[in-house]
Design a protein around this ligand. Structure first.
Ligand code: HEM
Length: 502
């Protein structure tokens, strides 16, 4: 009897506890969020919000449409999270840059960062001590005063790039990838690379794995429901095996790069490169081996793929809007030492087509904040609506035309001004010095040596320049030397740098 009573009272206790918990959840869920006020935006559906209204690939047109409809800020519910899109340079600068201390974190990426990257990719890290340490290391490696280290590599690789364009113009997309990869690889691991190298090919495929979820916030639905990943038992996590495979592939490639370097050192080489000091840095900052490998690997990855893509964007613009190419070539023919037009071309490529993500790279707010009449809650995701800002007719008249002249102003040499190609504020791309110098030398030499034309019958769709096209051309294009004289120049000046890759 006593036992029965005790069981009854235990059951009542359990019931009372569950009841109280349910009540608490209901109260929390139903609690009106009066304190927070958000800019209006399109109406969504329950649970998924606006996720299905945003195309998973090429979301640019939709983002421009919403930007026009709602003005310089709008809010969308993407799965479990609220995203505020900033649609003018001014709002982006005000929040992400001037108030950069608050808008400094990244949203959770439960699959792409936590599983597929083992939590170790810097670009997706939240505002943690680990991120601060890595950012410091990257800054030291990539800052402007280090640019002399890069120059010889940029020189030789851009000559090789010209040579490869000359020999196999149909494989232009591979040559751009090799150029970008080889510059940064030389700095990090102390040797040049070839696209025939299996590990380099694998590296680009790991970049694909990582980026395929990032081209649009709706590209991977589960990413927008971090709690699903937390509560779902592992065997039911359908996305996990693929992401774990990709993690193993990535760490395998990075390990191969380190082992190759160590082998070369044992064979008597003495490469002066960043990765050689990685063990000391790891000890100083308390990184495990995998984090140290990711630190080096992330630099290679970020430094290769973006520059490769930027080259493709320049080519598409050259074939589509040839008028500016004639201006660039005139300046290159006349005065190689002063090339403001090429700087303007660099800025215009960064404006005209966002590099990897049409919607910009997201940030998470780390404290509540107020702006105009709005009150934003800590944790809200903010993003500069890159496509909409770049194609805002008020800010950029004739926005669709590729027009470097728009950047020929007093701010020309302020390379981060006038566009959002490298992001902004405290998460701004730390590689922008290297990237702009890469583009400067590669754009100048290519534009000096070649003419670019659309292939008859195969017009370039400039709205769909696939940022993930590694193994196939993103578009067809005719690339021909400008004259016989240019051919002789290429053979004389670029042959030696490029022959081993042709
Ligand atoms: C044309 C070339 C490049 C473009 C367009 C580009 C663009 C970007 C953008 C938009 C971001 C995010 C910024 C933000 O959140 O505001 C970023 C981050 C980053 N970039 Fe670049 N990038 C380029 C080249 C490079 C190079 C050459 C390197 C290194 C060698 C590099 C390393 C990084 C790293 C490590 C981050 C993560 C920073 C963080 O989250 O704190 N990038 N880049």
């Amino acid at each position: 009897m006593a036992l029965l009573d005790s069981l009854r009272s235990q059951n009542s206790l359990l019931l009372a506890t569950v009841g109280a918990l349910v009540l608490l959840v209901v109260v929390v869920l139903l609690k009106p969020r009066t304190k927070y006020r958000y800019p209006p935006g399109p109406k969504g559906i329950p649970v998924f919000g606006n996720l299905f209204q945003l195309p998973p690939a090429y979301p640019g047109a939709k983002l421009i449409e919403w930007g026009k409809q709602y003005g310089d800020l709008f809010t969308v519910q993407l799965g479990a999270r609220r995203w505020v899109f900033l649609n003018s340079s001014e709002t982006a600068r005000e929040l992400l840059d001037r108030r950069g201390r608050l808008y400094i974190s990244r949203p959770e990426f439960p699959v792409t960062q936590d599983i597929l990257s083992g939590g170790k990719r810097i670009v997706m890290m939240g505002h943690t001590q680990r991120w601060r340490d890595l950012r410091k290391i990257m800054h030291q490696l990539l800052m402007a005063s280090n640019s002399e280290t890069y120059k010889p590599f940029q020189d030789v690789e851009s000559r090789a790039l010209v040579w490869q364009y000359f020999k196999r113009p149909d494989e232009f997309y591979k040559h751009g990838a090799r150029f970008a990869n080889s510059v940064i690889f030389s700095v990090v691991f102390g040797r040049r690379t070839s696209m025939e190298d299996e590990n380099v090919r694998l590296l680009f495929s790991t970049i694909d794995d990582f980026l395929e979820t990032q081209t649009s916030p709706s590209a991977a639905l589960v990413e927008q429901f971090p709690w699903v990943v937390k509560i779902l038992p592992r065997p039911l996590q359908w996305f996990r095996p693929k992401a774990e495979r990709s993690y193993r592939k990535t760490i395998g490639v990075y390990t191969a790069f380190f082992e190759d370097m160590e082998r070369r050192i044992q064979q008597g080489e003495n490469p002066e490169c960043f990765a050689r000091g990685m063990a000391d840095l790891a000890e100083k900052y308390g990184f495990d081996k995998a984090q140290a490998y990711f630190a080096a690997g992330s630099i290679i990855e970020a430094g290769s793929d973006t520059t490769r893509n930027q080259l493709n964007i320049m080519l598409a613009a050259a074939a589509k809007y040839p008028a500016w190419v004639a201006n660039a070539q005139k300046q290159l023919d006349e005065d190689w030492d002063r090339l403001p037009y090429i700087v303007a071309v660099i800025k215009e490529t960064l404006r005209w087509r966002p590099n990897m993500t049409a919607s910009g790279v997201p940030r998470a707010l780390i404290e509540d904040d107020t702006y105009r009449d709005f009150v934003f809650e800590k944790g809200t995701v903010f993003v500069y609506n890159h496509f909409a800002i770049s194609h805002n007719e008020q800010e950029f008249p004739q926005n669709e035309v590729f027009l470097p002249e728009r950047f020929l102003n007093d701010d020309l040499q302020e390379l981060l001004k006038g566009h959002l190609g490298f992001g902004t504020g405290r998460r701004v791309c730390p590689g922008w010095h290297v990237a702009t110098r890469n583009m400067f030398i590669a754009f100048s030499r290519l534009l000096y040596c070649f003419d670019f034309k659309e292939v008859p019958g195969a017009p370039i769709d400039v709205w769909k320049i696939d940022p993930l096209a590694h193994a196939r051309p993103p578009f067809e294009i005719q690339i021909t030397p400008r004259s016989e004289e240019h051919v002789r120049l290429i053979e004389r000046e670029c042959g030696q740098a490029g022959q081993e890759f042709a």
